[in-house]
Design a protein around this ligand. Structure first.
Ligand SMILES: NC(=O)c1ccc[n+]([C@@H]2O[C@H](COP(=O)([O-])OP(=O)(O)OC[C@H]3O[C@@H](n4cnc5c(N)ncnc54)[C@H](O)[C@@H]3O)[C@@H](O)[C@H]2O)c1
Ligand SMILES: O=c1ccn([C@@H]2O[C@H](COP(=O)(O)OP(=O)(O)O[C@H]3O[C@H](CO)[C@@H](O)[C@H](O)[C@H]3O)[C@@H](O)[C@H]2O)c(=O)[nH]1
Length: 437
């Protein structure tokens, strides 16, 4: 099938590459000429494990091409995916201007039947708005389908190629057939394509992200309670997670959820609810808890240094909002850096992938280490903000030799508390017995 993907960010690039991998001819369109130039010349623009190999193969075999021209890009396409940004507007609602601008242009360009697919995360009612924006100018027939994307950064290729489910919102029989054919290779293992109406598909995406964010904030509050009552959140997590009705996943407490999706999507659902005259109380609490959680380690750090961080120097491991990505959008590490610097401290950071993005965002607000161990030189304490695998089994001798104080503040619960006690650290984590020196 001939497919166009408009927008070559995370979702667009993974969508385009994976559809090419299953034999489709894919043209990707982006207004960012620099990005298109890089991608056309074989340079991948995001860090996503496993994607580069597929990208290179499909580029070489000419199933994947890139252009800045929407007109040229959609000429022969049967299906056009919109993988455009939907950032939060000033009031928290999803900003639909990128999607509606492209819809507007499509109306002027369509010459024959095409299926236009909203892959972006968009509020209920967007398919109707996109339909109206296209119909205003178009003389050609078309259908608008809602097909939200559930991939996670870091495991995006697997999530796309072997999805738990594919949600397709359309009431058009013609569009339904096209979409079923397109997704057939991905759901052969037995996972379902769930067809529904457009509005339900749009809400399914927000409900999924908001439910997962709720699970995380819930566990973060259980962790706080564990510390107050002397329980261990690792035990509680394992205790409840083995109940199938609860499930083992997304129960890890930490320093809050970040990334480009949960924070903005929970906020957007709250806003949609307000617009529908409903106060979504649970989600307001989920957001509140998450805001506090990002700075969960700060009182512990302050207390260790007797409320005086002026002139202290910290090593910070982990900048990305989670491991296996270079994405730093809403990363808790950035909030910790701000708070430490505001209190008069200095920070040296290390992250396996995200340092160029951080450097671009905050420049010399921090210093950047070449290596996780050189990061520790002259530091008064180590803070861990992202659970990269390389941080899980560090050389504790090297850590001890470099740190001025044997103090580790771990926002991701990487180490066993009894081990840290044996090693003689002042070790504080989230929801577990602190090992205090
Ligand atoms: N990132 C994720 O993990 C993820 C997962 C599922 C869903 N989503 C949703 O998918 C959508 C896209 O997210 P993303 O992270 O890929 O965004 P992104 O910001 O990484 O990429 C968006 C791309 O669209 C391009 N663009 C902007 N205007 C354009 C135009 N008029 N024509 C062509 N290209 C244009 C930008 O240059 C950019 O390359 C959002 O709605 C997001 O919520 C994201
Ligand atoms: O038990 C957990 C699991 C996750 N997180 C945090 O939650 C955030 C989001 O993690 P994750 O969901 O793995 O990353 P994303 O790539 O943002 O993926 C989410 O957002 C995407 C965009 O909408 C959806 O497509 C995915 O299904 C959804 O999982 C990160 O900060 C994690 O550190 C926790 O704190 N505890």
């Amino acid at each position: 099938m001939k497919i166009t993907v408009v927008g070559t960010g995370y979702v667009g690039l993974v969508t385009g590459t994976c559809f090419a991998e299953t034999g489709n001819e894919v043209t990707c369109v982006d207004i960012d000429a620099n990005k298109v130039q890089k991608l056309s010349s074989g340079q991948i623009t995001i860090y996503e494990p496993g994607l580069e190999k597929l990208f290179e193969r499909n580029l070489k075999e000419e199933r994947l091409t890139f252009t800045t021209s929407l007109e040229e890009g959609i000429k022969d396409a049967e299906v056009i995916f919109l993988a455009l940004p939907t950032p939060p507007g000033a009031d928290g609602a999803a900003d639909l201007s990128f999607v509606l601008n492209v819809a507007d242009q499509l109306g002027q360009l369509l010459t024959d039947y095409k299926v236009i697919v909203d892959k972006s995360t968009v509020p209920v009612g967007t398919a109707e708005k996109v339909t109206a924006a296209i119909a205003k100018n178009s003389k050609a027939p078309f259908d608008v389908v809602s097909n939200p994307e559930f991939l996670r950064e870091g495991v995006a290729v697997d999530d796309f190629m072997k999805p738990d489910r594919v949600v397709i919102g359309t009431e058009s029989e013609r569009a339904r057939k096209v979409m079923a054919e397109l997704y057939a290779p991905f759901v052969r293992q037995g996972n379902p394509v769930i067809f529904m109406d457009e509005k339900s598909a749009e809400l399914t995406k927000y409900a999924a992200n908001s439910f997962l964010a709720t699970k995380i904030s819930f566990m973060n509050e259980i962790a706080i309670l564990c510390e107050k009552l002397g329980a261990d959140v690792d035990m509680v997590r394992r205790g409840i997670g083995s109940d199938d009705r609860i499930g083992k996943r997304f129960l890890f407490p930490g320093i809050g959820y970040g990334g480009s999706c949960f924070p903005k999507d929970v906020q957007a659902l709250v806003k949609s609810s307000q617009d529908a005259q409903y106060d979504f109380r649970i989600l307001n609490a989920v957001m509140d808890v998450n805001e506090q959680q990002k700075l969960f380690l700060l009182p512990k750090i302050k207390s260790y240094f007797k409320d005086d961080l002026q002139g202290k120097h910290f090593a910070l491991w982990g900048l990305a909002f989670k491991p296996n990505t270079d994405d730093i959008r809403e990363a808790p590490a950035l909030y910790i850096i701000d708070a430490l610097v505001a209190a008069g401290a200095t920070v040296t950071v290390f992250d396996p992938e995200a340092m160029p993005n951080v450097r671009q965002l905050i420049g010399d607000k921090v210093t950047y280490a070449e290596h996780q161990y050189t990061c520790l030189e002259n530091a008064d304490a180590l803070i861990i903000a992202t659970e990269w695998s390389v941080f899980r089994t560090p050389d504790f001798h090297k850590i001890s030799a470099s740190l001025k104080n044997q103090a580790i503040f771990d926002g991701r619960n990487l180490f066993e508390t009894h081990r840290m006690k044996e090693l003689g650290y002042h070790y504080e984590s989230v929801g577990r017995t602190a090992v205090l020196s």
